[in-house]
Design a protein around this ligand. Sequence first.
Ligand SMILES: Cc1ncc(COP(=O)(O)O)c(C=O)c1O
Length: 433
Amino acid sequence: MLVTTSSYGTRFDVDAIRSKFPALRAHVDVPVYFDGPAGTQVPDHVISRMLQALTDYRANVNGRFPTSAKATMVIDEARSAVADLFNAALPGQIIFGPNMTSLTFGMSRALAGRFGPSDELVITGMQHDGNVSPWLHMAEERGMPVHRVDFDPATYELDLEQLDRVLSPATALVAINYASNVLGTITDAGEICRRAAAFGAITYVDAVQYAPHAPIDVRSLGCDLLVASPYKFYGPHLGVLYGRRELLEELQPPRLRVAPSNVPDRFETGVKSLEGISGTLGAIEYLEWVGGTFGTPTPDPDGTLRPRTRTLHSAFAAMTQYETPLTAALIQGLQSLKGVKVHGITDVSDFERRVPTVSISVSGIDNAALASYLGEQGIYVWEGHVYAPDVIERLGLEGSGGIVRFGLTHYNTMQEVDRAVAAVESHLNKSSI
Ligand SMILES: Cc1ncc(COP(=O)(O)O)c(C=O)c1O
């Protein structure tokens, strides 16, 4: 299926995209993967990079023999690629870890010693628990007061006036998300970082749900720390963290006595996942392919973006252009069904403030039964609290099983959207509400 993208003048070919993914190019019974927010499918670029790591240069880094030299080189290459993905100034600002949650717990250990009872923590009510519990543990241990900024359950946006009321010279750390894994809302992360930085606070941005869909520019965001998970942006199970250089140089995370003391290695405890890091390089190479094939160069008025960063930005622009009508059709289709409530921004004119993650609840319908039925029909979705208990509570859904979440990405199709809406309808009819 070819979709002409009006503002770019290029043609986004979803069949060509799908042909890169072994899980999607099978000819029979390909499931509808709407489970992307929990983890996306992976393209050949990733698999061949991982395979090479496991077969051609399986070694730890910094040894005096060729496979180790190659492993060291590929990890350096991957760091540069992630630096380009985030528009970080230097590869040494990129830290790899097992996943976002482990990196965040690690960072909370590294930061804890700086804080005491006169330092305050600000979180929001829109976050995945991976960006809440590590900080709450830290706050409890250090006796730090905690403020929570809520989102408005009518607009699904954070209340920035409430943020202004809690920010003060005592604010030490502000942990926010860039996009919600339930609502799909994109937060005004740059503005929040600016307001927090005005009080000297450290800012920590969870970009896990934003990274698969839109370009990240840590320099224009002005954040101190930012995390994402390659397995949500077409790569392997891994986590990546960006840090402001001066802050990383200051922090002394707990480490083995004999482990390297330099930045970034001192933040990467134990042996690195060579295959994970190689696969992450593959994911960025895949995105480069998308940008080079379907994108057109994005504007760079200041001339500050590196060439790969520009190509990656154009990949995300092309993907968004393609995803938007699918998201609109999914929301419209689901909303047309009796009893369905979409928990997120539904107005197409506001779609630049959301990623294509669509959560619903249906009065009188059990979420697990609906998700199971969809699973039987070959439509893969998640349901429940999806690790965001504060969001579910704010929506008033904690007693009714949370939400059912449909996560679209650029490899999904309009036919899959139609199939999902029809399957939901069929389940509702069967359950005769
Ligand atoms: C917004 C968000 N933050 C954090 C996480 C946790 O990421 P990880 O599984 O890499 O620890 C997730 C996982 O779903 C997420 O959606």
